[in-house]
Design a protein around this ligand. Structure first.
Ligand code: M6R
Length: 606
């Protein structure tokens, strides 16, 4: 996730407005930034790696001349954070500048084709193909609008782009597919941006573009076209009564809620991760004699899901280990045949990094999954995959958890193909179901939000809760427990449901709340038995199960039915109501869910 913005004023300099708007978007990414304006028919660009203010103190964005410009703040997905990889990107003539938020799936083939036509590329980004595609169309005699239309029709993947052309310096062209774009309208200027936060200081009149829209924006007008047909369309103008703070959170009261609702799109981006990175990790995993999945906190819960997936789909045994326990427990036996797959959204967790340094010293192979390009994990690992989830601001991991699960599922699929231990039918079925996950999560959010909000009035009064699941749902139970404990400070227990009778069941007394995770998979019949055991001892049963499962619904005091998924993918869907429950319970208790007490987003101490 990156932030893009642009502005064209009737008169007066644009630099200050671009700088302010860019600062409002910094929460979307902050590893590099850049601004481009047009002055006297020339394009001027300032860009570098670092946070916006660091770059500004070196380059001074405010002295850029001109009344039209675009700007970008980056969260790297292709190419490390560096000056050349920072946006805007230019064509060969230096007259077209493009800023982009999204991931292009077909950039390699487009790049090869453009290189064959003698285009020179400077960066490692996917974005750079766009100005060169536009340059090609301009060369063929098209005007600016036609050239951008022609270029974006060739793109596959997600994009929100803003384009500036020194040859037609009165307009910015924006286009979107899956990544957001809003146009802000005012008497003095028109603005474009990834979200309302960047424009609200100047206007509350906005127009949201829809997927497949392209807009030509001048200082006093705008016109929207459909990308596929080129036909003009109307979109309604909305007047927002948002404050600056509300705008930064996309209209949600907290970042955490915004990040929970971002998950369908984040999962779509995870599905776009390039094959070459997944293939490399698959290769290392397949070669290992013993394989550890190493992480802390929520990332460790993702590792538990990963180990079930690898075992069930690829018949590969792996050991999920809590990072802070790794050296004590396994340190003396690891060696050259050991492969460690480390998961860390920040890539900076000290417990993880210390274990990895130790393992590296003993010649183990280290590979990783992280959300932060340039983090220490990316420097230690022989190979890594980036999650493409964008920065997560809420301390509680939500969208980065489900995107980790998606990456693990993609790896499991590749391992299954490579190892050939399950039928082609099973592999194809899993692949099909993976593609459906973003929309299932969308539906789950719709189904869960209201009932969970209501339930939180009850849970806020609990002094303890129990979470039970079997198989993969055990990991969901662990994650539910972690989310609720860290945000609402209610001590909770999570167990594999089958293990609960070996001790923990003694805590049950009349009315004690027990949450069951009960998807319609092979664990269902045993879960029914576990529900009966708890009911018999007076527990109050809260169950999240499959839509239409009347039998379990009858057994429950409270029931939420979710759409059915492939059994191996159920944690991605079933964790959603628990994220919402953690959020609403914390709010109900008057706590700040974005900043729970005693915690930090990235734990860099041992
Ligand atoms: O950045 P990491 O994934 O390495 O972080 C690991 C944990 O510190 C993190 O998941 C923590 O448990 C979160 N607060 C959970 O919401």
């Amino acid at each position: 996730m990156c932030g893009i913005t642009g502005c064209v004023t009737k008169q007066g300099n644009v630099a200050n407005i671009l700088y302010n708007s860019l600062k409002r978007l910094e929460y979307r990414g902050y590893d590099s930034a850049g601004v481009s304006t047009v002055y006297q028919n020339n394009l001027i660009v300032k860009k570098d790696a670092g946070k916006i203010d660091e770059i500004h103190s070196r380059l001074n964005f405010l002295d850029l001349p001109g009344n039209i410009g675009i700007a970008h703040t980056r969260w790297a997905t292709h190419g490390a954070p560096s000056q050349v990889n920072a946006h805007p990107h230019l064509d060969c003539t230096g007259k077209i500048a493009v800023v982009h938020n999204g991931v292009l799936e077909n950039f390699l083939e487009l790049k090869q084709d453009l290189e064959a036509r003698k285009h020179i590329f400077k960066s490692k980004t996917d974005t750079e193909v766009i100005p060169h595609l536009i340059e090609e169309s301009l060369k063929m005699g098209k005007n600016f609008t036609e050239a951008v239309l022609e270029a974006v029709r060739k793109l596959r993947g997600s994009y929100a782009i803003a384009v500036l052309y020194a040859g037609e310096p009165d307009k910015i062209i924006v286009a979107r597919n899956e990544s957001p774009i809003v146009i802000g309208l005012s008497k003095e200027m028109n603005l474009v941006a990834s979200d309302v936060a960047a424009v609200i200081e100047y206007t509350n009149k906005v127009v949201f573009l829809e997927n497949g829209d392209l807009a030509v924006v001048t200082s006093d007008n705008f016109q929207i076209f459909r990308i596929d047909s080129g036909i003009p369309v109307q979109r309604k103008t909305t007047e927002l009564n948002w404050t600056l703070e509300m705008a930064a959170k996309g209209g949600y009261p907290h970042y955490m809620l915004k990040e929970i609702f971002d998950q369908p799109n984040v999962l779509r981006e995870a599905l776009r991760i390039q094959d070459k990175y997944l293939d490399l990790l698959t290769e290392f995993l397949d070669r290992g004699r013993e394989i550890f999945l190493l992480a802390s906190g929520t990332s460790h819960n993702a590792c538990i899901v990963g180990s079930y997936m690898f075992s069930k789909l690829a018949r590969l045994t792996t050991y999920p280990v809590i990072a802070s326990e790794f050296i004590e427990n396994y340190g003396s036996s690891i060696g050259i045949d050991t492969v460690i797959l480390a998961l860390s959204q920040s890539g900076e967790t000290a417990d993880v990094l210390t274990s990895l340094e130790y393992a590296r010293y003993r010649a183990a192979t280290i590979i990783g999954i992280t959300n932060v390009l340039g983090s220490t994990l990316t420097r230690i690992a022989r190979a890594y995959v980036l999650q493409n989830a964008g920065p997560e601001i809420g301390v509680a991991a939500t969208k980065t958890f489900t995107s980790q699960l998606m990456v693990l599922a993609l790896l499991a699929l590749r391992l299954a193909r490579k190892r050939g231990k399950v039928s082609q039918y099973e592999i194809d079925e899993f692949q099909e179901e993976l593609r459906l996950v973003p929309q299932l999560v969308e539906k789950t959010l719709e189904l869960s939000d209201e009932p969970i909000k209501k339930l939180s009035k009850e849970t806020a009064r609990f002094s303890s809760m129990f979470f039970l699941g079997r198989g993969l749902s055990y990991a969901t139970a662990l994650e539910a427990r972690l989310k609720i404990m860290e945000l609402s400070y209610i001590p909770c227990i999570a167990y594999p449901a089958g293990e609960s009778k070996h001790g923990p069941i003694s805590v049950i007394e009349e009315g004690y709340p027990v949450f069951f995770i009960a998807p319609n998979d092979e664990t269902r019949k045993h879960i029914i038995g576990n529900i009966m055991e708890m009911k018999a001892r007076g527990a109050r049963i809260y169950c999240i199960g499959a839509e239409g499962d009347e039998e379990i619904k009858q057994l429950s005091d409270w029931y939420l039915g979710l759409p059915s998924t492939h059994p191996l993918l159920s944690p991605i869907v079933y964790v959603i109501p628990f994220q919402l429950l953690a959020y609403y319970t914390a709010v109900e208790k008057g706590y700040d869910p974005d900043k729970p007490r005693n915690l930090a987003k990235s734990v860099t101490v041992l």
